[in-house]
Design a protein around this ligand. Structure first.
Ligand code: SF4
Length: 263
């Protein structure tokens, strides 16, 4: 069994390779697609997850079999820094293995400060890692309402700043964008903090019709107005490009592979 895999179709936009260590998540986001994708009930998915059986054994096997020259995303399903039954030890051991085999890695989490316990390993990767946070709400109450058990916005922002300040490549994923004003405030805050190297901007997709009432064109124009003068690496996701198709973009803002981590 292989645990490193190539996401297919539109999912490929997120990363050339992915690795899921835990198939459950404590963060309990209202918009989470994972229970549906895994054909599980919410009660069976939003639990303190245990690691997938023998995941480290299979990971080592995968890494021995071939060399990965493009980033492996942790993770597509679940969050490797949510509260887990093994206190995130599998995350740490997986990172150690990936580093030992010189694999390039991207870590995306809503775990905030919990990510920092593995900072020593992130640093050991050097340029072969990017560590990111999903930023959704600036307002604490809204964050609690939509992502009840994820780290609060201030904690995620602080973690990005600490990582960036020690020289670790950072990224922020703005997807979903539930309230554009909230996402724009977060972009402004990260620019003030100078905590993010690479911005990935998306939208809210097919959530109870809420996305239909949002002016995505205006959101994209305002996001670009903030980010372009700051000369940040920007990737505009396909869903947002389609919803705001008359907004001109540079080639480097539409290429999902341009800013990925490489070996
Ligand atoms: S962090 Fe991701 S996997 Fe976890 S509940 Fe939220 S959307 Fe789902």
């Amino acid at each position: 069994m292989s645990v490193i895999y190539e996401p297919r179709g539109r999912a490929k936009e997120y990363s050339p390779y992915a690795l899921n260590l835990y198939l459950g998540c404590m963060h309990g986001c209202r918009y989470c697609y994972a229970p549906h994708a895994l054909q599980r009930t919410a009660e069976n998915y939003f639990i303190k997850p245990t690691p997938r059986r023998d995941v480290l054994k299979y990971l080592e096997k995968d890494l021995r079999q071939r060399r990965y020259d493009k980033q492996i995303l942790l993770s597509f399903i679940g969050d490797v820094y949510c509260e887990t039954a093994d206190d995130n030890q599998t995350t740490r051991e997986a990172l150690n293995l990936l580093n030992a085999f010189h694999a390039p890695v991207a870590v995306l989490s809503k775990g905030g400060g919990r990510m920092l316990r593995d900072m020593d390993i992130f640093r050991a990767f050097g340029d072969r890692i990017a560590v990111g946070a999903t930023l959704t709400f600036h307002d604490e109450c809204k964050s609690r309402e939509w992502e009840p058990d994820a780290a609060l916005p201030a904690d995620r922002l602080k973690a990005l700043k600490i990582l960036h300040d020690v020289g670790i490549k950072t990224f922020a994923s703005f997807e979903p964008v539930v309230e554009p004003e909230e996402s724009l405030k977060l972009i402004e805050q990260t620019l003030l903090d100078n905590s993010v190297d690479h911005y990935k901007i998306g939208k809210l997709n097919n959530y109870k019709g809420l996305d239909k009432g949002i002016d995505w064109r205006e959101f994209l124009i305002r996001a670009l107005k903030l980010l372009r003068p700051a000369k940040k690496q920007i990737y505009i996701k396909e869903s947002l490009r389609c919803a705001a198709s008359d907004v001109p973009l540079y080639e480097n803002e539409t290429d999902p592979e341009r800013y990925i981590v490489r070996a």
